[in-house]
Design a protein around this ligand. Structure first.
Ligand SMILES: Cc1ncc(COP(=O)(O)O)c(C=O)c1O
Length: 398
């Protein structure tokens, strides 16, 4: 059962006159926890997934020059600056996706708007949308906003891999689409190549679309990333969503992009136009700069998060009473706490007692319950202090 953290904390919501669509959804508990945590002093955040690094000085300096020399004050065409789309087609060739910059890429307000446009384009009222649990909380809200029904397929907790028996059993005549995020948020799973090939076969056999929400494709510690769009015959039925947010430490720029067939993108463009016209032009220029000069910035993010992963894994192994699967990608780890308490109450209790912000597992669908998500995007010294507090909580205060 999904539970709003803000509602649990007593936040009032007007209901009279509000659409059912909106009444039925909630702000992602990831962001709810951020808002609640702001009311406490000295909080260590393992909450929202933000890399602690700033956008590199090189990118910022060049952007400042661009602001003074280029015309950033006008809308771009809806699919985004052609220069940026051209550079992105070169980038995605490295992950095996061939795309025409003029018709098969659209720049969006973060991956988030890309997923939203895809869901609004593909999902009709009553359509069933398969998604994995634990999986990214916002997919649930986006599907519900479109009038669709989220149908959950549980990952196997042993290694958080796909349970194909379960997945196949959930497909009905109403199934329209599968959403998959690789590496997965909140488990850090890098899905095996053979599993993604099998998923693609299922999509083809049942004539389903796929949304591949892959903002962490650059961040794989063990295993190898495979893009669903790169699998032969899949680009025509897949919308791949990518982002500058994490790779270049640019979460505030709100810059992402989607790749799909021209025919699907032509439809998605209507939603993109209706909700935002185009991605912010200043950020699109920042994207061009990041692609030209950002490879060391991207390596810095990867190195920092790799070190953080070592820290958190080492510490978590020493905390009694919790279990977890070591994440192979992204920068999240989902811990199972052995107590019979719902995860919203647990996250709030931890925040109140030791001022550590976590995300309740129930945010990530039914299989998330009984867990808490920890993002290890924070500064190393903060992570260590937070882990010290969590150790005290689980071993003395629980
Ligand atoms: C799986 C997943 N998709 C999408 C997003 C949103 O990314 P963006 O900042 O590009 O909108 C996030 C952010 O945490 C995410 O984890």
């Amino acid at each position: 059962m999904r539970k709003s953290v803000l509602a649990a904390e007593g936040t009032k919501f007007l209901t009279k006159g509000i659409s059912k669509r909106v009444k039925d959804i909630m702000v992602s508990p990831i962001k709810e926890m951020r808002m609640i945590a702001q009311n406490y002093n000295d909080v260590i955040s393992f909450g929202q997934g933000i890399p602690y690094l700033d956008t590199s000085e090189e990118i910022r300096k060049r952007l400042a020059e661009t602001v003074m020399t280029k015309d950033i004050s006008k809308y771009s065409v809806s699919p985004g600056l052609l220069e940026l789309r051209e550079k992105l087609t070169i980038k995605i060739k490295n992950i095996g996706i061939m795309a025409d910059p003029k018709s098969e890429i659209m720049i969006t307000n973060g991956a988030m708007e890309g997923i939203f446009c895809a869901v609004m384009t593909l999902v009709d009222k009553g359509d069933e949308v398969l998604m994995f649990t634990p999986g990214f909380s916002s997919h649930i809200e986006q599907v519900m906003l479109a009038g669709g029904k989220p149908v959950f397929s549980s990952l196997k907790e042993k290694d958080w891999s796909i349970d194909f028996e379960d997945l196949n059993s959930k497909i009905t005549k109403k199934t329209k689409l599968i959403i998959v995020s690789n590496p997965n948020n909140p488990t850090g799973t890098v899905f095996r190549k053979e599993d993604l090939l099998r998923l693609a076969e299922i999509a083809k056999k049942n004539d389903l679309f796929v949304i591949a929400d892959d903002p962490y494709n650059f961040l794989v510690y063990e295993g190898e990333y495979l893009s669903v769009s790169s699998i032969p015959g899949m680009k025509e039925r897949t919308v791949s969503c990518f982002s500058f947010s994490k790779e270049y430490a640019m979460t505030g720029y709100r810059l992402g992009y989607v790749v799909s067939s021209q025919e699907i993108l032509n439809q998605m463009m209507k939603v993109h136009d209706a909700c935002s016209i185009c991605a912010p032009v200043i950020s699109q220029h920042a994207g061009v700069i990041a692609l030209n000069f950002g490879s060391s910035a991207s390596s810095a993010v990867k190195d920092a998060l790799k070190k953080n992963r070592e820290i958190i894994v080492k510490w978590l192994k020493e905390i009694k009473g919790i279990q977890f699967v070591i994440p192979n990608g992204a920068y999240y780890v989902l811990i199972r706490y052995g107590k019979k308490q719902d995860s919203v109450d647990m996250a709030l209790d931890i925040l109140k007692k030791v001022q550590v912000e976590t995300v309740p597992g129930s945010a990530f669908g039914p299989s998330g319950e009984g867990h808490l998500r920890l993002s290890f995007g924070g500064r190393p010294e903060q992570l260590i202090e937070g882990l010290r507090r969590l150790k005290r909580y689980f071993e003395e205060l629980i």
